[in-house]
Design a protein around this ligand. Structure first.
Ligand SMILES: NC(=O)c1ccc[n+]([C@@H]2O[C@H](COP(=O)([O-])OP(=O)(O)OC[C@H]3O[C@@H](n4cnc5c(N)ncnc54)[C@H](O)[C@@H]3O)[C@@H](O)[C@H]2O)c1
Length: 268
């Protein structure tokens, strides 16, 4: 088998949709066997069939990443089916936008449980399998919202900042065991999660334009932009990279006044 991930076995959480789905397609094309792990049973099964129809090897494991027993089973099924685990992408997540003072405790907890604790649980249960494998790769989907604070983004931004810190701690604990850990920090990508946020905004076109105006390269990201970075970080080409939180953001976090930068600053 050829490909940049030939012979690897990878779990991708949240692979039924959006960024996770594109990572699954890309990793599969590059030779990895894929565990599609998602709590959306219909979407997860459909993605698994798509990968198989394209000549890949894949299984679906219905998984809620906020539940320890589900995460343990997802790893067990990966090792039973493919004989080992090389890569886990802790990608599953939900949106969480709203003014801090109006947030309910329940809304806070559900975002923390999925977006932050879910990454911890995926890492915790994958760890023994990665050790048994002689090492491996952990990728966590954080966000630019975990690098730069934005109003209305608690608890999402807090959870993602936690994912960035968790990734760095994972990298330090993993280094002696040949386990690399890196975080993906995308800016806006028009997945179902973002399309839902656009609808809630009340004026999707104006909000979309505002999002684009914040990106120096002048567009939203694509799912393939993110999958390409994930592929690189998962592959041996990134063998010396660990503890990195990679902005995939068209320059958004390069400067504080990105709209001015895009328009040529005060001279433009
Ligand atoms: N789209 C963006 O602009 C963007 C930017 C930065 C970061 N992210 C992050 O990327 C990740 C993927 O988001 P997306 O944009 O592809 O959204 P999406 O809604 O298209 O996909 C998210 C997937 O995660 C699954 N999921 C949600 N909660 C789960 C749970 N508890 N257990 C298992 N699966 C669960 C959903 O069923 C879905 O398939 C998220 O962590 C998100 O926070 C997205």
């Amino acid at each position: 088998m050829t490909g940049r991930l030939a012979g690897r076995a990878a779990i991708i959480t949240g692979a039924a949709s959006g960024l996770g789905a594109e990572m699954a397609r890309t990793f599969s094309r590059e030779g990895a066997a894929i565990v599609v792990a998602d709590f959306n049973a219909e979407g997860g099964a459909a993605m698994t069939q798509e990968l198989e129809r394209s000549g890949g090897s894949a299984i679906f494991v219905e998984t809620d990443v906020s539940r320890p027993a589900d995460c343990e089973r997802m790893v067990t099924r990966a090792v039973e089916t493919f004989g080992k685990l090389d890569i886990i992408v802790n990608n599953a997540g939900i949106g969480g936008i709203g003014a801090l003072a109006d947030l309910t405790e329940e809304a806070w907890d559900v975002v923390m449980d999925i977006n932050l604790k879910g990454v911890f649980l995926g890492t915790k249960y994958a760890w023994p399998a990665l050790l048994a494998n002689g090492g491996g790769v952990i990728l966590n989907t954080a966000s630019v919202a975990g690098l730069v604070p934005a109003p209305g983004f608690a608890p999402y931004g807090v959870a993602k900042a936690g994912v960035v810190q968790l990734t760095k701690i994972t990298a330090l604990e993993g280094a002696p065991h040949n386990i690399r850990a890196n975080a993906l920090c995308p800016v806006w990508v028009p997945t179902p999660m973002v399309e839902a946020a656009l609808l809630i905004s009340g004026d999707p076109d104006a909000t979309r334009q505002m999002m684009i105006d914040g990106v120096p390269l002048g567009r939203m990201g694509t799912t393939q932009d993110v999958a390409n970075s994930a592929l690189f970080l998962a592959s041996d080409e990134a063998a010396f990279l660990t503890g990195v939180a990679l902005p995939i953001d068209g320059g958004s976090t390069a400067g504080a006044h990105v709209m001015l930068h895009r328009r040529g600053g005060l001279t433009g």
